[in-house]
Design a protein around this ligand. Structure first.
Ligand SMILES: [Zn+2]
Length: 307
């Protein structure tokens, strides 16, 4: 059990242990809101003796589960909480009490059990997106490098109407007159910039609780790995005789990625807020209220404006 004495609960709210606490961006009107209020400082737990002093009204006759620990409350007595007159049940397993009206079924119990799995899948999906974006950034450099240097290697031959690319056997040279040079460079540099910004946005939106240096590391890591791997492959394997040219090329591309990634550390969350304002209805925007809270801003109203 983690430390429960981190923060005193404000008066009028129910003390909830940290692992049960809702994220800050969600309203605390979930299932806890329907519970009878717990005495101050008891963390929702009461003794069996105290519970037995309340008026008995009956018992739970069906399979019902504790909101907190999942214990089956079947045959547990139902009593009237003296202050609020709500029918309450006490869980003998975790000693917490809850409203007898709450319907905790096997379905919600399984939802609770599967939550860690869903969370793990979510983290894997985010890391996969991070990996694919990093791979895309390196792939862009490699593909455009190839585009400008493979002309010395291949020539097109036509044999009985079928066209083949074949190697001339010569070393790679930087193509002096590559087709659409500026189009290829322009597009791949723009894509590199977009990837850098997007990879920063992935972190600032999904992990709003990080400190700024966490985002710097997140952005610098793929750039550094990209420079290292691509330079090593280029200078030691693919085209050592073009190492100076290739290194400059790789560094320039990764610098664009890094520059826009670092800009994204500052500007991607404001952009996400702008997109939320433009594309989401007022009610849906409430779900993304944390985008404002993360920067200490007041979240926009979730009531539709009547203008
Ligand atoms: Zn329980």
């Amino acid at each position: 059990m983690p430390n429960l004495e981190t923060e005193p609960a404000p008066s009028g709210t129910i003390a909830v242990p940290p692992e049960e606490a809702l994220p800050v961006d969600q309203p605390t009107s979930g299932h806890q809101g329907s519970e009878p209020s717990a005495p101050e400082g008891t963390d929702g737990r009461i003794t069996a003796a105290e519970f037995e002093s309340w008026d008995a009204t009956g018992s739970i006759e069906i399979d019902r589960y504790c909101v907190h620990c999942g214990y089956n409350l079947r045959m547990q007595p139902v009593r009237t909480e003296p202050r609020t007159q709500l029918l309450s049940v006490r869980c003998p397993e975790c000693s917490r009490f809850m409203s007898a009206h709450e319907s905790i079924t096997t379905l919600s119990l399984w939802a609770r059990r599967l939550a860690p799995l869903a969370f793990s899948l979510w983290v894997c999906a985010v890391l996969f997106a991070y990996f694919m974006m990093s791979l895309g950034s390196g792939g862009l450099v490699a593909a455009s490098l190839d585009e400008f240097t493979n002309y010395g290697m291949s020539r097109i031959v036509t044999n009985q109407g079928v066209t083949y690319m074949t190697s001339s056997g010569g070393p790679r040279t930087v193509a002096s007159d590559p087709p659409a040079y500026f189009l290829v460079v322009g597009l791949s540099v723009a894509a590199e910039a977009a990837l850098g910004f997007a990879i920063a946005m992935l972190a600032t939106v999904v992990f709003p609780h990080w400190r700024r240096w966490g985002y710097y590391i997140w952005v610098c890591l793929p750039a550094c790995v990209g420079v290292g791997l691509l330079s090593w492959m280029w200078c030691y394997d693919i085209a050592p005789h073009l190492s100076r040219w290739g290194l400059t090329y790789i560094l320039n591309y990764e610098a664009v990625f890094l520059l826009f990634g670092l800009l994204g550390c500052f500007w991607s969350r404001p952009l996400a807020r702008l997109m939320a304002r433009i594309f989401l209805t007022a009610r849906l925007r409430g779900v993304f209220g944390y985008l404002w809270a993360a920067d200490g801003l007041e979240a926009p109203s979730t009531r539709p404006s009547m203008k």
